[in-house]
Ligand binder design. Structure first.
Ligand SMILES: Nc1ncnc2c1ncn2[C@@H]1O[C@H](COP(=O)(O)OP(=O)(O)O)[C@@H](O)[C@H]1O
Ligand SMILES: [Mg+2]
Length: 260
């Protein structure tokens, strides 16, 4: 979908990311780059570190070591007197606004309607007027097929509808990058497709996406690149035709064999 040009800087660069939770060394040096408009699917066994890696991108988890850089800007940290220190909360929030995240379990505000979920960040974080935020949210809900559910509360929505609200919410801040953490894993099989269709459309519109998923058909059809993680490292990566059908590493072969 997108060609890496030698001169174009990557939209996202992860350099030497390590994450430890106490003695548990979960990420062990992850380097990954995403070009603008690229769709990368992150696959790997449960516990391999996919969620932790996604959360390190937007500093929901602070990497123990390493850097995440979005369009040349260091995320979550800045240099003070020659040392890297955490960014103050307000500036971190501003950076996060450029990165949309969709979670496995939706993480919607249960006491807010679909529309209010989508307008929350534009109003509270971006300082947008209610009028403008509602207009944008209405269009976004329409784009995910939920115009008629704008005033429904999450408890009145199916899992697939909730996840589409969550996608609309993430898009409301006009992110440069979208992170998806197994967005369909909590859904009944018959409604997985409606969420994947929305993601497919986003990919075709040119959104840059990093997607942890077990949906191999989606990865095969939509990803520009598939990255296989195991034990906190990237074991191999490449076009889906290569990684999914002719993997070169034994660990990748074993993982894919288990899915069949
Ligand atoms: N907040 C946390 N505290 C302690 N350990 C964690 C935390 N989050 C994840 N882990 C550990 O990190 C490892 C990788 O988990 P995770 O990133 O969720 O993998 P995946 O998403 O690939 O299943 C697991 O061993 C998990 O127990
Ligand atoms: Mg996970």
């Amino acid at each position: 979908m997108s060609a890496h040009s030698a001169t174009e800087q990557p939209l996202l660069r992860l350099c030497g990311i390590h994450k430890r939770f106490g003695d548990n060394h979960v990420l062990r040096g992850v380097d990954l780059e995403l070009a603008a408009r690229e769709v990368v699917c992150l696959i790997g066994p449960s516990g391999s570190g996919k969620t932790t890696l996604l959360r390190c991108v937007n500093h929901l988890e602070v990497p123990t070591e390493g850097r995440a850089i979005l369009q040349g800007e260091l995320l979550g940290q800045y240099t003070r007197r020659g040392r890297l220190v955490p960014l103050p909360p307000r500036e971190l929030a501003a950076q996060r606004a450029a990165i949309g995240m969709v979670f496995q379990h939706f993480n919607l505000f249960d006491h807010k309607t679909a529309l209010e979920n989508v307008t929350e960040a534009p109003i509270q974080v971006a300082g947008m007027s209610k009028h403008e935020a509602r207009a944008i949210a209405g269009r976004l809900l329409e784009s995910v097929g939920l115009a008629e559910k704008a005033h429904a509360y999450p408890r009145q929505l199916s899992g697939g509808q909730k996840q589409r609200v969550a996608i609309a919410r993430a898009l409301a801040m006009s992110p440069k990058l979208m992170l998806f953490d197994e967005p369909t894993s909590a859904l009944d099989p018959e409604i997985v497709g409606e969420v994947l269709d929305v993601m497919r459309k986003l990919a075709h519109e040119g959104m840059t996406m990093l997607v942890a998923t077990h949906e191999m058909t989606f990865a095969r059809d939509v990803a520009d690149r598939v990255v296989f993680m195991d034990g906190g490292v990237i074991v191999e990566q490449g076009p889906p035709s290569q990684v999914l059908t002719a993997p070169s590493h034994e660990r990748t072969k074993r993982f894919l064999a288990r899915l069949l």
